[in-house]
Design a protein around this ligand. Structure first.
Ligand code: NAI
Length: 338
């Protein structure tokens, strides 16, 4: 549609340092699926983020209410709401960062892959909007199954000729957040001081915590290693079962999403040494996508770090993870190519 309002500072990462109505310097951020269980607390926390000058809240239901509510918070970001497919493009024009928690969550007994049929189509539609309206934006993809939705997004962007692998990041931050918490509990540490790299993907055995690389250095008994690995891999299911049909992790996910989005914005601002784990296009293994530590910069991912030395337990885990990941990635790619 050639009648889109021309927004100054749109796309181009060089122009990201914009001025909003209130004069606050910052970035323009859109949340797609903003009225959902994750979307609402995520929108609230992003409204509190001093790096955000404009916050667009898009959903197919209830976004006007969430927008009105959040817009009363006396923080810097200007909030605008967008409802339904016809407003998707206006929600996306000029955005520096797009965060996507749209889609259905798991119920007890479901795997993340069971969500594929519904969420694949939702992610495809939203990514088509991104190619048209903000092809240079950084994309944080939360919708599950992340192991397949990230390859779907990549294929949509490739088809449109706008794909930049440095700008597409699957959000695995909740696995790191859980790992830090559970390791801190076992070791009697403050979780804020624990850093556990979690690599691979974001589902079951593809979630591979590297306990041999925990900071501060810890040594675990074989029982502790088993317990922690299994609890980190099944953290999502723990919440799904406790919620008993009412959905999956939303509050801890919103916290993790904001931690990750904030790192992306710090990178865009030019901060040095901003490092987080994410599921990205990668040459760290033979698979086309893999989660590992990445350094975030002015154009998205500046560097992808290798896995580092693994112990035998982790090497076995890596083989299992790669097998399942390969299938999930292929499933995503075929969804677009078919
Ligand atoms: P929810 O059902 O509470 O919210 C989803 C929102 O997406 C709803 O408001 C819905 O209206 C909206 N939506 C549906 N179709 C849409 C479309 N075409 N365009 C825009 N919005 C649309 O679900 P919840 O709990 O917020 O979870 C969202 C997604 O996040 C799920 O796929 C879930 O599996 C995933 N998730 C990912 C995690 C991760 O670590 N990456 C952790 C937890 C959940």
């Amino acid at each position: 549609n050639p009648n889109y309002p021309k927004m100054e500072g749109s796309s181009g990462l060089q122009q990201v340092s914009c001025r909003a109505k209130g004069g606050a310097p910052g970035f323009k951020v859109a949340i797609l699926g903003a009225a959902g269980g994750i979307g609402q607390p995520l929108a609230m926390l992003m409204k509190m983020n001093p790096l955000v000058s404009v916050l667009h809240l898009y959903d197919v239901v209830n976004s006007p209410g969430v927008t009105a509510d959040i817009s009363h918070m006396d923080t810097g970001a200007v909030v605008r709401g967008f409802l339904g497919q016809s407003q998707l493009e206006d929600a996306l024009i000029g955005m520096d960062l797009v965060i996507i928690p749209a889609g259905v969550p798991r119920k007890p007994g479901m795997t993340r892959d069971d969500l594929f049929n519904i969420n694949a189509g939702i992610v495809k539609t939203l990514c088509e909007g991104i190619t048209k309206c903000c092809p240079n934006a950084i994309v944080n993809l939360i919708s599950n199954p992340v192991n397949s939705t990230v390859p779907i997004a990549a294929e949509v962007f490739k088809k449109a000729g706008t794909y930049d692998p440095k700008r597409l990041l699957g959000v695995t931050m909740l696995d790191v957040v859980r790992a830090n918490t559970f390791v801190a509990e076992v070791m009697g540490l403050d979780p804020r001081e624990v850093d556990v790299p979690v690599v691979g993907g974001h589902a079951g055995v593809t979630i591979l915590p590297l306990l041999s690389q925990v900071k501060p250095p810890c040594s675990f008994t074989p029982e502790e290693t088993d317990y922690l690995t299994s609890r980190i891999q099944n953290g999502g299911t723990e919440v799904v079962e406790a919620k008993a049909g009412a959905g999956s992790a939303t509050l801890s996910m919103a916290y993790a999403a904001v931690k990750f989005a904030d790192a992306c914005l710090q990178g865009l601002r030019g901060d040095a040494s901003v490092i987080q784990c994410a599921f990205v296009a990668s040459q760290v293994t033979e698979l086309p996508f893999f989660a590992s530590k990445v350094r975030l910069g002015r154009t998205g991912i500046d560097e992808i770090y290798p896995l580092g030395p693994l112990n035998e337990y982790e090497r076995v885990g890596l083989e299992k993870a790669k097998k399942e990941l390969a299938e999930s990635i292929q499933k995503g790619v075929s969804f677009i190519k078919k």
